[in-house]
Each structure stands twice: as structure tokens, then as C-alpha cells.
Design a protein. Structure first.
Length: 198
């Protein structure tokens, strides 16, 4: 059985929650002259934090980004990409048992995007390998055209709940306390979990 590692190799160019949506949710008013939002930097940081937390909890890729999945071998006829949704496969390379680096052609595999996590299936059988690297883009596609994977509103709502909670509770907790995701946010994320455990 293959052992997998998943790594983001290019950060998202944008977050799935816009600054204007976050301001509206947090009921932030402008101040000063000219009018400005003094907490924009903090809010932007919190947007990234809640998105990363939702991704860690569900196993989904929420913000559109580029990833590499590495495995120590191919399974016989399929290989898990460890996340969902997958937008495109950039390359599938491997090191064969003789230590030679090779690349599969697109005729060698098909993307099974209906399975969560998504997986690649061999059109025949994958070759023997001692290292496999799959590079791909993943994430919900809001703001892009076409938009095959719009982000579910319940995921957006869960992130806004976490955002409000973190914004209102900015101070560090004591040694006897720990931060817990708001119950409503967890409830909204649970149906989308593909990463079980924590």
C-alpha cells in the first residue's frame, strides 16, 4: 500500500472570502478622512487562517492553488490525490525501479473526480515505481470561468462564523484554555469531511 504526502507548492492568488464580504459580516464601519478600514490587515490574515483551518479539518482544497502529491509507489490501478476538488493534472512523473525518471502520458490515466478524495486511475496498469509525483491544481473555482466547482454556501458560512469568533476574541487564551471551532461552523463542515481523525 502506498504512503502519501501532499504539499502546496504555489500559494492561492486569492481567498474564497473577499475582504468586502468579511467587512459586511463583521459589520465594520469606515473611519477617518479619507474613509478607511483600519482592521483590513487583521481581517485579511484571519480570512486566510479560517480557510486553512477549514481545509485542515475537511481535507478539501478550498482556495484554488497548485499542489504536488508524492507517493512511495503506485497502487496497481489507481492512486489517491489526497484532496478534492481537482481542476487539472499538470504532470504525473515517477522513478522506476532502475532509478530512471519517467513521465506518464495523458493516455496512461484518467482522473476520477467523482470520488472524494479524487484519484487517478490507470487505463491499464501503473508501472512499478519507487517514487511518484503528481502535480495538479485544486480548489473551488468561484470567480473563474468556467466554474465547475462552486464553493458550497455552508462552507462559506462556516468560515464566516470562525472569522467572527476570531475577530471578537483576538487575545491569546490562558494555559488552561484552548480555542475551539464554533459548534455551528463544525456542524456546517462535517458533511464535507474527507479527512477523518482530528
Amino acid at each position: 500500500m502506498a504512503v502519501y504526502w501532499l504539499k502546496q507548492i504555489a500559494a492561492p492568488s486569492s481567498e474564497p472570502i473577499s475582504l468586502s464580504t468579511a467587512r459586511l459580516h463583521l459589520r465594520l464601519d469606515t473611519s477617518g478622512s479619507p474613509p478607511s478600514h483600519p482592521d483590513d490587515s487583521l481581517v485579511s490574515s484571519l480570512i486566510t487562517a479560517v480557510r486553512q483551518n477549514a481545509e485542515d479539518y475537511t481535507g478539501l482544497t478550498i482556495a484554488y492553488a497548485t499542489y504536488e502529491m508524492r507517493a512511495d509507489t503506485f497502487e496497481d490501478v489507481q492512486i489517491s490525490l489526497q484532496t478534492w476538488p481537482i481542476n487539472s493534472i499538470t504532470s504525473v512523473s515517477y522513478v522506476d525501479l532502475d532509478g530512471t525518471s519517467k513521465t506518464l502520458t495523458t493516455a496512461d490515466y484518467v482522473l476520477d473526480e467523482f470520488c472524494r478524495p479524487a484519484r487517478l486511475k490507470a487505463t491499464t496498469v501503473f508501472p512499478s515505481a519507487k517514487e511518484v509525483t503528481v502535480r495538479f491544481t485544486a480548489g473551488f473555482t468561484d470567480g473563474q470561468s468556467p466554474n465547475p466547482y462552486p464553493m458550497p454556501k455552508s462552507i462559506e458560512s462556516s468560515m464566516l462564523l470562525m472569522l467572527g469568533n476570531l475577530y471578537d476574541n483576538r487575545e491569546s487564551v490562558s494555559n488552561t484554555q484552548s480555542y475551539e471551532r464554533p459548534m455551528g461552523a463544525t456542524y456546517l463542515l462535517n458533511p464535507y469531511r474527507i479527512k477523518l481523525g482530528l
